[in-house]
Design a protein around this ligand. Structure first.
Ligand code: F6P
Length: 525
């Protein structure tokens, strides 16, 4: 699809824009290109855009009726067209008692009761001892969001919640170190209850319990809880009906931490914290749904992201939180953005990219500041690629005394990306290696503080951006068929390895055959 001519024309006019000149010629730029939500300041003045760019992008948003798409999302319409499902995660965080449906409220009540019983030592294991540690077994959306939230919101004295996701046995082995079977509760989180990694770890956890105690009959009842949309499968695994927390088909895996999938957050940090997270997300939802395009923060940021991808040639998006508690944010966003929008056909099944600047999402990666400054920032400052860098900076994060150092680093990096360095201060022969060209784009999200409310609002902001970007790319952000392929191929290969059976050579390519042969040769059971 060809985008409106005026966007192409504007992109041509902006080619060669130098941010340093733009600031030098426009004293208002820093204020004119700042967005606000609550008391956040979102600085987009260091993007390769102007006030006119925003006006044109917002005009395009109206032309393609973005507000109507948002209304459809919140109305629970089946926007996941390939699977004929809604993507109704916003329904999970509506304010208490206002419009939460009966079923959502019922599960919320169960989560609250369960998490409080565990935290107050009222929930007892099979031998009558209170639970001391909870192990979340799940992968992808059934782990990443909860793990990020637990890390971000952790406070000294919080309940011990740990995570196992990888089928590599080393993951479970390390997590179980120091745990006592009698006081450990496993939460098996899987929407489908068919995910191999999760079931394999759940079975291994069951064996670990069996090995350590002789009250086997009560094992599953008291030491296993399931969170799933597939109740039948969870029951077939042996989990008691009263130990199953349901969620629903209309909750996508990567959008599910607001459902019972997030029970680990309530257990670790308490119900109030979980509720505050929902409230923060609900306020962002309201803003997204009700604010006109001109002041709509998720919509404006998504338009800028799309502009960078389709008109700015920036194929990398780098996420750098300046908060230790947000160190897992890049991995979480990798799934959210790349699983949602890593697509090659539009929602009508047409191949993207026929027009030269049609793209779906870029690659997303990053790491925590300041550590990343000593790793990939060199590439950002002097490498040959142009990337879109996003710095997330909570200003009074837990009131830490040494926080000024961290904040100064964040501000300095954004400054360095734009200003660069000309190297004039060194002798000629050494100069070129020291030059940092500058004029590199960044967005800075400045948050006044960091708590569960802000965290909820932040994640909702990213979810909405992913959705709007998907609409702009014209892809279905809510399926992930690419992930299925690997899952389908794995079974015959595992069977072949376990039984030492040769796969028929016309079934597999010679590279696969050679890899299997190597593995068989060196694999020590
Ligand atoms: O990674 C693919 C995926 O389907 C994700 O979307 C999902 O979050 C994850 O696998 C786990 O799936 P399940 O919750 O069904 O175990």
């Amino acid at each position: 699809m060809r985008y409106p001519e005026k966007l192409y024309r504007h992109a041509r006019q902006l080619r060669g824009l130098d941010l340093r000149d733009a600031f030098a010629h426009d004293a208002e730029r820093a204020q004119a290109l700042a967005l606000t939500f609550d008391n956040w300041r979102i600085d987009v003045s260091r993007q390769h855009i102007t006030v006119e760019t925003l006006a044109l992008l917002r005009e395009y948003a109206q032309e393609i009726d973005l507000p109507n798409w948002v209304a459809a999302l919140f109305a629970g319409e089946a926007l996941n067209v390939t699977e004929n499902r809604a993507a109704w995660h916003t329904a999970l965080r509506q304010a208490d008692g206002v419009s939460v449906s009966g079923e959502v409220q019922r599960v919320r009540d169960e989560m609250k009761a369960l998490s409080e019983a565990i935290r107050k030592n009222h929930y007892l294991g099979a031998t009558g001892k209170p639970i001391r540690a909870v192990v979340n077994i799940g992968i992808g959306g059934s782990s990443l969001g909860t793990q990020l939230a637990c890390d971000a919101l952790y406070r000294e004295g919080d309940f011990d919640v740990r995570f196992v996701s990888n089928i590599d046995e080393e993951n479970l082995r390390r997590v179980l170190i120091g745990l006592d079977a009698e006081t450990t509760l496993f939460v098996i989180v899987s929407k489908t209850f068919t995910t191999e990694e999760t079931l394999s770890n759940a079975n291994a956890a069951r064996e670990w319990l069996n090995d350590r105690r002789d009250v086997a009959a009560a094992l599953l009842d008291r030491h296993f809880i399931a969170v799933t949309a597939n109740i039948e499968r969870a029951r077939a695994f042996g989990i008691a009906p009263e130990s199953i927390l349901p969620f629903w088909d209309w909750v996508g895996g990567r959008f599910s931490l607001w459902s019972a999938v997030g029970i680990g957050i309530a257990i670790q940090s308490g119900w109030q914290t979980f509720q505050a997270m929902l409230n923060g997300a609900a306020v962002m939802d309201k803003h997204f749904l009700e604010t006109p395009v001109a002041h709509n923060v998720p919509m404006t940021l998504a338009l800028i992201d799309w502009w960078n991808t389709c008109f700015g040639g920036k194929n990398e998006r780098i996420i750098v939180p300046y908060a230790h508690g947000l160190r897992l944010l890049p991995s979480y966003l990798q799934q959210l953005l790349m699983e949602s929008n890593g697509k090659r056909v539009d929602w009508d099944g047409n191949l993207l990219g026929k027009e030269s600047n049609e793209r779906s999402t870029v690659s997303v990666w990053g790491g925590v500041g300041t550590d990343s400054q000593h790793a990939f920032f060199q590439w950002l400052h002097q490498g040959m690629h142009q990337a879109n860098v996003e710095l997330i900076v909570p200003v009074a994060y837990q009131g830490k005394a040494r926080h000024s150092g961290l904040l100064a680093h964040a501000v300095a990096q954004a400054q360095a990306l734009m200003c660069g360095r000309d190297g004039d201060d060194v002798a000629d022969g050494l100069r070129s290696a020291r030059v940092c060209p500058g004029n590199r784009v960044s967005t800075m999200l400045l948050l006044p503080d960091f708590d569960a409310w802000q965290f909820g609002a932040l994640l909702a902001l990213y979810e909405h951006r992913a959705f709007i970007e998907g609409v702009l790319y014209r892809v279905n952000s809510f399926d992930q068929f690419g992930v299925e392929l690997g899952k389908m191929l794995v079974r015959p290969l595992r069977d072949a390895l376990e039984s030492n059976i040769e796969l028929a050579s016309n079934d597999i390519d010679t590279a696969t055959q050679a890899q299997l042969a190597y593995i068989r040769h060196f694999w020590k059971r």
